[in-house]
Structure formats: C-alpha cells, structure tokens
Write a protein that binds this ligand. Structure first.
Ligand SMILES: *[C@@H]1O[C@H](CO)[C@@H](O)[C@H](O)[C@H]1NC(C)=O
Ligand SMILES: *[C@@H]1O[C@H](CO)[C@@H](O)[C@H](O)[C@H]1NC(C)=O
Ligand SMILES: *[C@@H]1O[C@H](CO)[C@@H](O)[C@H](O)[C@H]1NC(C)=O
Length: 441
C-alpha cells in the first residue's frame, strides 16, 4: 500500500485518515491510537510522556500507564490522573491487544461509554468516577472475556444489567456505592470470588448463586431481604397480594384478548358463509340459464378443432368467426350438470380448455379437454341425437348420470342446443372410448 511510503508528518496521516477512513484499521498503530486517545481528553497533561515518534512499548517504559506484551499494548492504567473528557473509542478499538483498562479515580462523567465494543476486554476498572445513568441490560452480551468489573463509586442508576449473569468467566464484580435499584439479576457464576453490591437501592432476595457472599457484600440496601439481613421475604409479605393482584389483572387481560379473538373468528365465519352462499347462488344461477357471450370465444376453439375438414383449406380463423357469430345469435344455454364429482364447471370452462381430438366416430367426435383448473374431461359431440328433442335428451342424460355401472361411464354434464349436443365425461387415461359411445344408443 502506498501509504506506507508516506513520510511521518501527522498532517498527511490525518488527511488520509479523513479521506480513507477504512484505512484506519490497516494503518493505525498502538502509538497512533494512544495519541488520539490523549487528544480526546480534556486535560491530557498527565500524559505528557506520550510523545509522537516514540514507542509506547519501549523497554524504558517512558509512556506512563502503558503495559505491553511482546511489543503490543495490553494494559491502559490511567489511575488517579484527574482525567475527564470523551475517550476516543474508535482509537481504543484499534488497539487489538488491549485487555485491561483502568480509569479508576478520575473525573469521567456521562453515560457509560461503549467499552462493550472492545470484545476482548478482560478487566474494566471505572471505580470512583462520575459516570451516571442506566447501563443497558445487554451491555455485556458480547464481552465474553470479561473477568473483572469494577464500576463502584459512580452514579449509575437503574437495574443491574442482566447480561452480567451470562459472563462465563466473571471473577470480580464491584458495583458498590452507586444508585442501582430493583432486584438483583440471577448472577451466580462459580468463577466469582469477589462481589460487592453494597450501598445501592436494591430490593428483594439475593439470588442463590450469591448466597455464599456474606452480608458485607450487600449492606446499605434497605430493600434487600432474606436470612442474611434478618428480614424474611416470605410469601406473606406485602409483596404477595400485589403480585396476585398483578396476576389476576393479567388473567383478566388474557380473558379480554380471548374474547376479542373469538369475536373476530365469529365475524370472519359469518362473512365467509355469506360469501360462499352468494357464490353458490351465482353458480346455480348461471348453470342452465341463458347467457349471452362467454361461450363465443369458445365455440371458436371447438369449431377449429372439431371441423378441420369442414374448413375448406383457407383462413380457418374467418370461418371460426362466422360460426361464432351464428352461435351467439342462437341460444347460449350453459351446461346441465349431471354429476358434480369433478366439481362445478361451466360450458365456458370446457370451451376455453386446451382440446385434443380423440377420435371421430360414427356417433360423433370426441375431444379431450384440460380445463384451467386442471380437471380433464372428455367432450363428446353427438351427431345422431339430432333427432331427439331437448326434454328427451336431458331426461336420458339424467338417467345416465344416475347410473352407477362399472362398464358405463356416467356423464358429468351435457349441453343441448338445436345444432349442438354435447356430453361431458370424466377422462380416464387409457380407457376405451367405445364404452363411452355405447350408452343405450
Ligand atoms: C484519587 O486521586 C487523587 C488525585 O487526583 C488523589 O489525591 C486521591 O488520593 C486518589 N484517591 C484514591 C482513593 O485513590
Ligand atoms: C430507592 O428506591 C425506591 C423505590 O424502590 C425509591 O422510592 C427511593 O427514592 C430510592 N432511594 C434512593 C436513595 O434512590
Ligand atoms: C463492600 O463495599 C462497602 C462500601 O464500599 C464496604 O463497606 C464493604 O466492606 C465491602 N464489602 C466487601 C465484602 O468488599
């Protein structure tokens, strides 16, 4: 990278860091990071020994408060230096080897900085500062290396962050002399050997995992109860009725929710039934009732397939159109459903279906029609029935529809018009068409 060939002056460095912030990580050394941290302090005089151009890990240990290991800064000990300001956390996070930070007995204030971005930290000493406000409950979630937490002597408020309970290697926990309140989370790591939660405003019971620490680890919390404090927190306490009240309130709320859900389901059911009924009504209306146009396009499909020989070698489309017009003028009676084992469908559904000629027989032609809903039927156009009248035809079809003989395929629907008689059967792959053709006729 070209940047390595640049001269030392910080002007260029800063320019580059501003222009290419992603290079910060690649370039920033521990010395650079420390100098930026020094710059971020309000009163950095105690750190005068941190000088540009010298090495913080020099054997002579000329940089105050710095501990190194094999040339990498591991500890930052800035105890009792009257320091304050907003520490440059970006710079801090560039120090990959940093494991221990001590800012003990200084004047840092405000909410807790994002030290939790330094995931490898093992010890954090913030004792005796002016930090205040709540610590987010998940603050320690990513600090799994954390062994020592010393936050005593600040002004922290709110609950003790529950993520402390999940630190697997925690050894020392010092939160005394703050204003933490509420109950103590279920802290109880076996690794713990020093705990002090004294002089806060904690309430309730000490979690079982902390029972091994004696009362002097908890003193100055008037709300704590248990054998340690000569104050029983048994269930007859004023806490109990409160909690039952709460739970009964909860139950009541639950009941309301259940009621609302039931009501909603009922309404949905009623609406559903209404829609279903309306649809069914419409269906039964359309079947067997006069209808104008939908069959139009349809007639075309069937005609083109059914009478290829009838089209005298010329533009088939024109012919189709003509028959279409003729049909429109005649009646537009829909299908008469004989059997709804294949669901309810209309003449238009059959006509729009992809059709395939199965055969032209003595009694008429047959087509295989695959409807858009996937149902496959056989459409049989009857020639010889032209002599039969409508009532006779339909009566015969209804009779067939009721038949349940293994050798006779029962028709699903039929269609009667003066110039067109159709019978629709269920399609049976590989089945012989012969028995379709041989009804009683
Ligand atoms: C805190 O630091 C001050 C100097 O800033 C010093 O006088 C004092 O003794 C220190 N207190 C503790 C408890 O270390
Ligand atoms: C301690 O907490 C209680 C509520 O639990 C509150 O009323 C009281 O003011 C708090 N005391 C202090 C010193 O913060
Ligand atoms: C806990 O801290 C309080 C106040 O600083 C102190 O009096 C007490 O001795 C400490 N107890 C332990 C076990 O460290």
């Amino acid at each position: 990278m070209a940047i390595y060939f640049l001269p030392k002056p910080p002007f260029f460095l800063n320019l580059f860091l501003i222009m290419f912030p992603w290079m910060v990580k690649a370039y920033m050394t521990d010395a650079d990071a420390l100098l930026r941290i020094k710059q971020s302090l309000n009163n950095p005089e105690p750190l005068d020994s941190w000088k540009l151009g010298t090495n913080p890990c020099d054997d002579l240990l000329t940089w105050v408060g710095i501990v190194c290991n094999k040339g990498i800064v591991t500890n930052l000990h800035l105890k009792s230096m009257s320091l304050s300001g907003n520490l440059d956390l970006t710079a801090l996070s560039q120090m990959a080897g940093l494991r221990i930070i001590s800012l003990e007995n200084n004047s840092f204030s405000g909410p807790i900085p994002g030290f939790n971005k330094l995931g490898s930290l093992k010890a954090l000493y913030l004792s005796i500062n002016q930090y205040s406000g709540e610590i987010p409950s998940d603050y320690f979630t990513d600090m799994t290396s954390m062994r020592k937490i010393w936050f005593d002597g600040n002004k922290f408020t709110g609950k003790i962050p529950s993520s402390i309970a999940e630190l697997p290697n925690l050894v020392e926990l010092h939160l005394e002399d703050n204003q933490f309140s509420g109950t103590i989370p279920a802290i109880g790591q076996r690794s713990l050997n020093s705990v002090n939660l004294s002089y806060n405003n904690l309430t309730g019971e000490v979690p079982p995992g902390l029972a091994k620490f004696d009362a002097s680890s908890f003193e100055g919390n008037p709300g704590l109860c248990g054998a340690k404090f000569g104050k029983m927190c048994d269930k007859v306490n004023p806490r109990t009725p409160k909690s039952t009240e709460k739970s009964s309130k909860k139950a009541l709320r639950m009941e309301y929710i259940l009621m609302a859900v039931t009501l909603l389901i009922l309404i949905l059911m009623i609406v559903g039934i209404y829609i279903l009924r309306k649809r069914r009504k419409r269906n039964s209306e359309t079947i067997g009732i006069m209808e104008g146009n939908p069959e139009g396009s349809v007639g075309l499909t069937i005609c083109n397939i059914s009478k290829p020989e009838a089209i005298p070698g010329q533009n088939g489309f024109g012919t189709g159109q003509k028959t279409l017009m003729a049909r429109k003028k005649s009646t537009g009676v829909d299908l008469m459903l004989l059997n709804n084992s294949k669901g309810v469908f209309r003449l238009s559904d059959v006509m729009k279906a992809a059709a395939e000629v199965l055969g032209n027989g003595m009694l008429g032609s047959s087509y295989k029609a695959t409807m858009s809903n996937g149902v496959v039927v056989v459409v049989k156009r009857l020639k010889e029935m032209n002599l039969v009248d409508k009532n006779g035809f339909e009566a015969e079809m209804m009779r067939l529809g009721r038949l349940n003989h293994p050798n006779i395929l029962t028709p699903l629907a039929c269609h009667y018009r003066k110039d067109e008689k159709l019978v629709i059967y269920d399609y049976i792959p590989g089945g012989s068409l012969l028995y379709i053709l041989h009804g009683k006729h």
